[in-house]
Design a binder for this molecule. Structure first.
Ligand code: HEM
Length: 199
């Protein structure tokens, strides 16, 4: 399988844009349709992020050809995630222009911070740019970013469960996936800690 980052940029942004296009075709082009487009782009980026987040713990718990492949393609899936999420940003701008009253500046603060991290992670996910990061700063940025993104997805899926008329089951499944992935990571980390203590 190719590792060319450009392929994964096109894959992430392309799938995200295609999912939004489908929503706009189905629901028209007003604020409601743009809301659906936002949800669709977020789901595509969720899928790519989820692969990056479970790759290492999955490989630690049950090593297989598939899990090894997943680990080796983590950076590429991260690039696809960020590309898909840039399309999400495009539709945020669209919906904010359609219903400005729903988008006061304060609404952009927490998500804007997550976007800043996503953009920094994206910018440092290429061989040349990763090398520029001094010391262990690359690890710090990407580890912190991964957890912040996990919490952002957990937050949006948990919120979706409690919004009336939202698809509750979908949000429960998404929240369960994030919680399971966090649980798997905690389980692997605990095992590694015990082994280190025993050594
Ligand atoms: C300034 C930043 C952001 C703004 C203003 C924003 C806004 C929105 C809006 C308006 C929706 C549609 C909600 C609806 O269905 O009515 C949405 C959906 C979503 N966003 Fe964002 N977003 C931001 C950043 C992010 C980030 C950083 C993430 C995760 C890393 C994220 C994840 C999601 C998810 C998962 C959904 C789908 C929610 C659902 O299924 O109901 N968003 N966003």
């Amino acid at each position: 399988m190719t590792r060319n980052p450009l392929v994964f940029i096109v894959l992430g942004a392309g799938l995200s844009a295609a999912s939004a296009f489908l929503m706009l075709q189905m629901f028209g082009d007003g604020a409601v349709a743009t809301g659906w487009a936002l949800d669709a782009t977020a789901r595509v980026s969720f899928a790519f992020w989820f692969l990056t987040f479970i790759a290492r713990p999955l490989n630690a718990v049950k090593r297989s050809e598939g899990s090894k492949k997943l680990v080796s393609l983590r950076r590429q899936f991260g690039i696809a995630f960020a590309s898909a999420h840039i399309v999400h940003a495009y539709f945020i701008v669209q919906i904010a222009a359609l219903v400005p009253a729903d988008f006061p500046p304060a609404r952009f603060v927490p998500g804007g911070f997550v976007y800043l991290l996503i953009l920094l992670m994206f910018a440092t996910s290429f061989d040349r740019t990763a090398k520029v990061m001094p010391g262990r700063s690359w690890q710090y940025l990407h580890r912190t970013g991964q957890w912040v993104i996990a919490l952002a997805f957990l937050n949006s899926s948990l919120q979706g469960i409690f919004i009336p008329d939202h698809n509750r089951l979908t949000h429960m499944v998404l929240a369960a996936l994030v919680i399971a992935a966090i649980g798997l990571r905690a389980y692997v980390w605990q095992g590694q800690r015990k082994r280190r203590q025993a050594a």
